[in-house]
Design a protein around this ligand. Sequence first.
Ligand code: GRF
Length: 200
Amino acid sequence: MINIAILASGTGTNARELLTKANSLPHINISLVITDTEGAGVIDIAKSFSKKAFLIPAKGLSKSEHEAFILKKLTHYKIDWIFLAGYMRILSSDFLNSFYDSKLKQNRVINIHPSLLPLFKGLNAYKQAFNSTEDKSGVTIHFVDSEIDTGKIIFQESFQKNKNFENFLSTGMSLEHKLYPKVLELLNTHALDNRYKGLL
Ligand code: GRF
């Protein structure tokens, strides 16, 4: 069984899609959801799937203290992979190193970002992409490294930009919801590991 933790700070619609997909995959277990944000929608989503949801706020803690609390939970639940789904903190190199897989040569930490990376890294990527002169935008799923939105790309898919921001956003979110669960399918069959070990 592959044990996964989702880290999220907000609404949790991607977490919901991952949890839904995991229910149909025999080797994938999303063991828990961790959030840093009180009242985050993702807490109710986790509970609706009967999953453990832990609130670990950063207030009053140094970055390393906060990450140490998170790591303790991840270790306790024997987590193999972390999926970031709208997690609004940058993970330190020390934290990422504890999920380094020397065979994959990657950290076992994955993120979804709503732009065609390397374009529009960082915050408000939908706004950045919408306000740009690019006629396409898209969604990227990538390994997480110690810089912001620079890790190795796993999937990337584009869509034609729409003149109305609400429509643009909903097209992007639908694509996110379609793409992110596909990573679980790859993990379920070890296709992701094999791809990055150079076996496929
Ligand atoms: C998504 O747009 C994701 O790409 C970005 O943060 C947002 C989270 O949305 N990293 P949700 O909480 O999954 O609905």
